[in-house]
Each structure stands twice: as C-alpha cells, then as structure tokens.
Design a protein around this ligand. Structure first.
Ligand code: AMP
Length: 116
C-alpha cells in the first residue's frame, strides 16, 4: 500500500488548498509555489504514486485529467495563447510529491523545454 502524501489531505479537504475543480475521479488546485501566472495541479483522487504505477484500470481517470486540463485552461483564459502540461516521474524526473499530478502552466511564453 503506497504512503499517502499531502495531496490526499487536499482531496479530502483536511488542509486548505485553492481547489479549482473536483469530481469523482480528479481534483485540481493551484500550485502553492507557482512557476507561471497560471499554475495548477490536476491529480487523481486515487493514490497513484508515480506514472510507473498507472494501470489499465486507470485509463478513464487519466483521460479525465486531460479533459479537466482543457477546461481549466479555457476558464483561465490561456487556451488560445497556449500552455504546458508536465508530469514528472521519480527522482531523475524531478518528482517531489509521490501522488501523480499534471502541472498546467501558462499565462506567459514558457519557451522551449528546459531540463535542470
Ligand atoms: P513535482 O516536483 O512534480 O512533484 O511537483 C510538486 C508540486 O507540488 C510543486 O510544484 C509544489 O509547489 C506543489 N505543492 C506541494 N505542496 C503543495 C500544497 N500543499 N498545495 C499546493 N501545491 C503544492
């Protein structure tokens, strides 16, 4: 059984977060340390530690993460200018919180992908 992270507490609203969307499969909230004018995290309600742990049964949830990203980008007014979706995996990928999350970043030109 994977260990819960702070994101499980955000999903259950046990700690404060700026939640912008929630349904039966996913939750989205603003990143506490925004790297762009719009920076949100879209996460599955189910605890999946890394992209390596995604199972076939999670496909609907993964799809929902993308449709919610699209909806939030539209609502945020960044859809036409464009934005970036990022999922980091494990140590080399720079993952810090072991509950998968899709970063939605936009609101300014982000330039080419940079690696640290
Ligand atoms: P990653 O490096 O891909 O694991 O990204 C983790 C992200 O979670 C970082 O961008 C953090 O700023 C963000 N984060 C960590 N704790 C919180 C929190 N309590 N509320 C909102 N965002 C958080």
């Amino acid at each position: 059984m994977a260990e819960e992270t702070i994101f499980s507490k955000i999903i259950r609203k046990e700690i404060p977060a700026d939640i912008v969307y929630q349904d039966d499969l996913v939750t989205a909230f603003r990143d506490i340390n925004p790297r762009a004018p719009s920076h949100m995290l879209i996460i599955p309600n189910k605890l999946i530690p890394t992209v390596n742990d995604i199972e076939a049964e999670d496909e609907a949830t993964m799809g929902r993460m993308f449709t919610v990203a699209r909806k939030l980008a539209e609502e945020e007014g960044i859809a036409d200018d464009g934005y970036r979706l990022i999922m980091n995996c494990n140590n080399y990928g720079g993952q810090e919180v072991y509950h998968i999350h899709m970063h939605l970043l936009g609101g300014r030109p982000l330039g080419p992908i940079t690696v640290g």
